[in-house]
Design a binder for this molecule. Sequence first.
Ligand code: MLC
Ligand code: AMP
Length: 506
Amino acid sequence: MNANLYTLFQSCFPEDKSACCIETHDGLYYSWNDLDRASAKIANLLSGLDLPSNSRIAVQVEKSPEALILYLATLRAGHVFLPLNTAYRAAEIEYFIGNAEPAVVVCSPGNFGWVSQIAFKLGTRHVFTLGDDRQGSLLTRAALQSNSFNTVERKPDDLAAILYTSGTTGRSKGAMLTHDNLASNAKVLKDYWQWQPGDVLLHALPLFHVHGLFVASHGALLNGSKMIFLPRFDSKEVIRHLPRATVFMGVPTYYVRLLTEAGFDRAACEHMRLFISGSAPLLLDTFESFIERTGHTILERYGMSETTMLVSNPYDGERIGGTVGLPLPGVSVRVVSSEGKECGTDEIGDIQVKGPNVFSGYWRMPEKTAEEFTSDGYFKTGDVGRFDAKGYLSIVGRSKDLIISGGYNVYPKEIEAVIDEIDGVVESAVIGVPHPDFGEAVTAIVVRSPGVTLEEDAVISKLKGRIANFKVPKRIFFVAELPRNTMGKVQKNVLREQFSPERQAT
Ligand code: MLC
Ligand code: AMP
């Protein structure tokens, strides 16, 4: 049997393929037939380029139904989809293209100049454009192709996608996900979250990360469910569309922002069946306020690019705030002490995972891959947690030096390297501090060279344009020297305490 993920999706299309599959915020309708035919046209275009199988198709475009169709076309043509955050700037794109060596790059029409320059320089032969208004060379060229295509045979372990963790430095790694990783996870979630006939997904997430591209879209595709596509999260727009939806997924910031809207109440959510949160910790306060305001209990789940979803609160059973729930069926999750022993109930340790959802390794980094797996095949998530007596997992911290801001990952080391290149900077330390909207806010502590008059605004404006906006520190503080321990390591815990919002307010 063809293990191509698209074949699985196709087998789940509703009987009436003229029914609506995607409705856009501005009233366009795409049927299941449209999805199938348009993805066939793009798959034919890709196949006509005579690329080696498993070619990477790197895509940095605004959200649109066509962007999702391009993903499906890439699967159908037997290639590997490589989505890139639209916030990434030239240096970041250069790193990803240089590392992944994509055969095809698709970018927004407005970015063609600089993206194509980078891509051609690094050896990519084909650069197409795709706008969020159905414009661009990809669709112009695809329009000339046939609208039928025999989906290429793939084996379960063949690559379907590469998702990069963030960064411009050597730290940034491409997680390789197979057709089976994605298919097995999508099937488990369809049952676990009890997708139902008639469900409608309100899709407000970006399409370039696991959450929006896989968890949300795959759920709807596997259930033959309509998606209402919003170009980006906007709380008023979400509230406007909620009465026609049943399922909504978001990062905690979405729920925090919805709760600031006076019009967000029980009546607005009357038609809803399920709200799901993930990608970052959902504060207990948000979880509880949401119940009070809407009557709905948010279902929190936990996942990552390397593993897709691994743990989730149950649909029918108790959803416990502050926990991420129970290991998904078929997925083994354990918490391990620093001595390598499995922890008992309520003991804190490193979270490790094994299962069909776990990726096949980091792109062209065999040593890094080997380091991240245990000898008995568990992947080390870098998250720290504990299981309670009921078997629910709570994430209590991270062993990896990572900040999660509004659901986006930021690696301090990458930002520190860019700040340290600024004239007049001796060194810097980047930390995450609690933020009411983004969960954590990127904050930089900088040591200036003696006599230099470098101010906060100047540092921020130098960083903008060099790194994605969401990575730019919200605040910069200057100190005479960074606190260090006896080993000479910067004590970030001391900085987090010193520059916490409470301390700053006093
Ligand atoms: C935008 N900005 C951010 C930011 N997003 N800053 C910090 N963190 C973020 N996440 C910048 C903007 O560029 C702008 O900068 C300023 O902050 C204010 O912007 P805004 O208008 O408030 O932001 P907005 O466009 O509304 O975006 C915020 C957001 C968005 C939360 C809606 O970031 C978002 O959709 N996040 C979802 C991320 C996601 O999908 N994560 C899933 C990863 S998958 P300036 O300088 O112009 O003012 C994963 C695995 C799993 O983790 O388990 O799911
Ligand atoms: P990414 O590398 O972008 O896929 O981000 C994955 C990371 O997001 C995980 O390793 C966790 O640290 C974090 N994460 C995802 N879901 C949750 C959650 N529900 N609660 C806390 N952290 C989460």
